[in-house]
Design a protein around this ligand. Structure first.
Ligand code: BG6
Length: 501
């Protein structure tokens, strides 16, 4: 199916326009949308931040950002001209009501000058403590209510809360001014092509779904590894840790797509209904389960690709005796008909040997082995590996006879690679997600119930780990390795292993 997706007129207001995300991701993504003519000429962007700056200076900065951070590292003069004409800057303070009146006047002016038709997308790329405040101020200034025939939407960046109570409070606060259809909670993993392909793999093919259950699958392993450390964000990371930063949001989003039932339709509510349904069936983490089925870790110094790197406790902004986890492993069970008894092992960590996110579906062994053990020496049960990033693709492992007079069987791989099959560069997640929001499609955004459910699941682990933090022996893995020994032992005790990522 190929759907042409060209958006209607609108103005995108970026709160926090002097920040990193704006220059690295948002403006390059919006530029690409203009370049591909996926947004019409009736399009504008307003950058909001506290620093005083004229429109021209903001345009110059953003041009540099596009040159530095866009995929092809260059700016097309014609595209830039039309992009820059619609680029405005408003110095203002998130907490100052008067500034929202200025914003309202500016948006009305832009509607008149550029024909943006009163359609507004507010992107909150500010510190999380300002989310509720910004929405309330927009509301009081009348900016959350769409004018007749137009729309108003708000994108909220992560982190969405720092625990269950704060996420619930934030939801209540923003719902005072917005209804759910106007709220777009972003999770950039859902914008990744390969994550979206999970739906196509499972539901556009006839051969996988019949096997996609406890009859045929032994277990599922999800690896989300980064070779980078905290990259100057030690202060933030100290308040987060990998459970809050990656697992509760990104990893759970990916897992819910792997584990959910087929939706009735592909519209946003049907898909999100199935995702929440499977997460509702996640087995609660009791204290005993946290102790026996979860592992936490923190990296010490080590080396990545032959280069020495400092330990987490030596990073800027990190306490010398920090107990924040930079690695976590969770064993999840979905107590439902499809998955009863099938463990999902999820691991995520920083400073691992390489950047890789993949899902390994490990099938059961053949029910009866006709070939003798000597013939089958090097054969492992079938495995389907979905590589989310980098080297995006899918590999199916199966056994084949080695050519020759002596029967000998070993594993071979059947490989699909995005790069060679389609010969295109995959779009940046933010490009897709921004366009979806402008089009009013929230399928790839987190719904209220999912944000809260994610927190609900991890809270008992966070609480148990907080209570027992004096017991941890951190650091417990060397930078450049695959996490603490306990993460390997846990699978080994069940006769399994992490395989080769
Ligand atoms: C962000 C986290 O949400 O995702 C970072 O805050 C992490 O700590 C990043 O590095 C990883 O994203 P990606 O797309 O590079 O896998």
């Amino acid at each position: 199916m190929r759907a042409i997706r060209t958006a209607g007129p609108c103005t995108v207001v970026i709160f926090g326009a002097s920040g990193d995300l704006t220059k690295r991701k948002l403006v390059p993504a919006l530029y690409r949308l203009v370049q591909q003519q996926l947004v019409p000429a009736e399009f504008a962007i307003v950058g909001q931040a506290r620093t005083p700056m004229a429109d021209e200076a903001f345009r110059d900065r953003m041009k540099q950002a596009v040159a530095e951070f866009s995929e092809d590292r260059r700016v097309d003069a014609d595209v830039w001209r039309s992009f820059a004409q619609g680029l405005y800057y408003l110095p203002s303070d998130i907490g100052n009501a008067g500034d929202y009146r200025k914003l309202s006047d500016l948006l009305d002016r832009i509607d008149r000058e550029r024909g943006t038709a009163g359609n507004r997308l507010f992107y909150l790329s500010v510190a999380p403590r300002f989310y509720a405040e910004a929405v309330a101020q927009l509301g009081r200034a009348g900016l959350t209510r769409p004018k007749a025939g137009s729309w108003v939407r708000v994108i909220i960046e992560k982190p969405f809360g720092s625990d269950l109570a704060s996420a619930q409070r934030l939801n209540v606060d923003i719902h005072e001014w917005l209804d759910e259809s106007q709220i777009y909670r972003i999770d950039h993993y859902l914008g990744k092509e390969t994550v979206q392909n999970l739906l196509a793999l499972r539901f556009a093919n006839g051969i996988f779904e019949p096997l996609w259950n406890r009859q045929y699958i032994d277990h599922v392993r999800v690896t989300n590894a980064e070779s980078v450390g905290v990259e100057g964000r030690g202060g933030y990371y100290e308040t987060a840790g990998v459970m809050r930063d990656m697992i509760q949001n990104h990893v759970f989003q990916v897992v819910s797509l792997v584990a959910m039932e087929p939706p009735a339709h592909l519209d946003s509510e049907s898909v999100r209904d199935e995702k929440i349904k499977v997460m509702e069936s996640a087995r609660p983490f009791t204290v005993a389960r946290v102790d026996a089925e979860c592992v936490r870790g923190q990296y010490g110094s080590g080396s990545i690709l032959g280069k020495p790197v400092p330990g987490y406790r030596e990073e800027d902004g990190v306490a010398r005796d920090s107990t924040t986890e930079t690695f976590a492993l969770l064993t999840m069970y979905f107590d439902n008909w499809r998955w009863a008894g099938v463990p999902f092992y999820l691991r995520s960590g920083k400073r691992m040997p390489k950047r890789v996110t993949e899902i390994a579906i490990q099938f059961r062994a053949a029910p009866y082995q006709l070939f003798g053990a000597t013939v089958m020496g090097e054969v492992a049960p079938n495995q389907l590996v979905i590589r989310i990033q980098p080297d995006e693709g899918i590999t199916l492992r199966f056994a084949a006879k080695v050519p020759g007079q002596v029967t000998h069987i070993r594993d071979v791989n059947m490989d699909f690679r995005y790069g060679s099959s389609f010969g295109v560069q995959l779009a940046e997640a933010y490009e897709r997600l921004l366009l979806d929001c402008i089009l009013g499609d929230s399928t790839l955004y987190a719904r209220r119930d999912m944000t809260e459910r994610g927190w609900e699941i991890v809270m008992p682990i966070l609480e148990r780990w907080a209570q027992t933090k004096q017991d941890v022996q951190f650091p417990n893995y060397e930078a450049g390795t695959w996490g603490p020994q306990a993460a390997h032992d846990l699978l080994a005790a069940a006769g399994r292993n992490w395989g080769r990522a």
